[in-house]
Design a protein around this ligand. Structure first.
Ligand code: KG4
Ligand code: ZN
Length: 353
């Protein structure tokens, strides 16, 4: 009889990577820290600054002060929830830009000092790239887009259609010439007397209203670019005109007004996406950024699968608005390629992908 007693060496099973990334996001008004084990999120803590509500928009000076207060407890909480000691970390990833300079500086200097103190690599991350790569966070239910795909990043500061060829090879095909789509939501909400940030409230009221009740004009902008400032002005004039006739107009028609605004914005975005699909021949569409939390936009995109034969990718709700988990996933891919930053790095308020 013959017995096989030599051990069999299977390299892939032995070399299992273990990368722990601590990620920090502080580009606007959310202080966030996350811990990732490879491409899985093990904690993601977000402290949203409530102080801006009373001003109807983000006040940059107040945002950076709040980040300074929040950053230590938020990072502490993220490590605690992940049950990880900082000595186990492989690298620190942070948002370098784009964003508010004062806010970015808090996260940047914190990340630099921590990496220096722990003698581990530092990884700089572009916030807009992170909104796109959030789709690669490994979740049981996740469905990751194959390259190349089109990403529409819609947030409070940006509106872009990006051709994504690879993790770090992205090309902007079109963008807003004035307001971002999140601003269009927030400014319209302000006209209606809703508190900041108004986007989620417009969404909430829109669910109960008639989207075709009040038609608003769509801007005529060439190519794949966007413009939202005209829409805001036409909403303002419309509300001023109607409240002159009936001072209770907004109160009595809030759901229909919100539904009509959301319907118009959704159509503007969809028109450009259809154009981008036609021009590039790519029909894998991913969305990212805070406005991708909008239920109207999510529904229209889901329906585009059967209506136009597209494959659509919509991130989990918590990875739509600003969060450090998305910074961590970029950190993970950069770590694997050894794309590290030096201690000379500085924050970059305008940072093109
Ligand atoms: O990506 P994000 O969290 O921060 C920026 O990088 O700007 O996006 C914030 C924006 C705000 O304008 C907010 O009103 C909007 O996303 N937003 C929404 C919804 N949730 C957040 N807009 C419409 N409907 C929503 N459900
Ligand atoms: Zn964002």
């Amino acid at each position: 009889m013959f017995y096989l007693c030599t051990p069999i060496f299977i390299p892939n099973l032995v070399e299992k990577e273990t990368i722990y990334i601590l990620a920090i996001e502080s580009s606007c008004d959310d202080t966030s820290a996350a811990v990732l084990h490879n491409d899985k999120v093990i904690s993601n803590v977000v402290a949203t600054q409530k102080i801006h509500e009373e001003y109807g928009g983000v006040v940059p000076e107040l945002a950076s002060r709040a980040h300074q207060q929040n950053i230590v407890p938020v990072v502490h909480q993220a490590l605690l929830k992940a049950n990880i000691d900082k000595k186990q970390l492989s690298a620190i990833a942070f948002t370098r830009g784009p964003g508010l300079m004062g806010s970015l500086l808090v996260g940047t200097s914190f990340a630099k000092s921590l990496a220096l103190g722990l003698h581990i690599p530092l990884i700089e991350v572009n916030h807009m790239q992170a909104h796109i790569l959030a789709h690669y966070i490994d979740e049981e239910t996740s469905n990751k887009p194959e390259f190349p795909f089109l990403a529409m990043t819609i947030s409070g500061g940006h509106t872009q259609i990006v051709k994504v060829n690879d993790y770090f090879d992205m090309e902007i095909l079109g963008e807003t010439l004035d307001d971002a789509v999140g601003e269009a939501f927030d400014k319209s909400a302000k006209i209606l007397g809703l508190p900041y940030p108004g986007g989620p409230l417009v969404d909430k009221h829109a669910k109960l209203g008639d989207p075709k009740r009040f038609p608003f004009p769509k801007p005529k902008v060439g190519e794949l670019d966007f413009s939202f400032s005209g829409l805001k002005t036409s909403i303002l004039y419309f509300i001023q005109r109607e409240t002159k006739k009936n001072p209770k107009f907004v109160e009595e028609n809030l759901d229909d007004i919100c539904a009509s605004i959301q319907y118009t914005i959704t159509n503007i975005l969809m028109d450009k996406l259809k154009k981008a699909v036609k021009e590039t021949g790519i029909n894998r569409i991913a969305i990212g950024g805070g406005v991708s939390a909008n239920s109207g936009i999510r529904n229209v995109l889901k329906n585009a699968e059967k209506n136009y034969g597209w494959s659509t990718y919509i991130p989990k709700f918590e990875y739509c608005t600003d969060n450090a988990a998305m910074i961590g996933i970029v950190g993970y891919y950069k770590f694997k390629k050894k794309m590290f930053a030096t201690q000379e790095i500085t924050a970059k308020a305008r940072y093109v992908i």
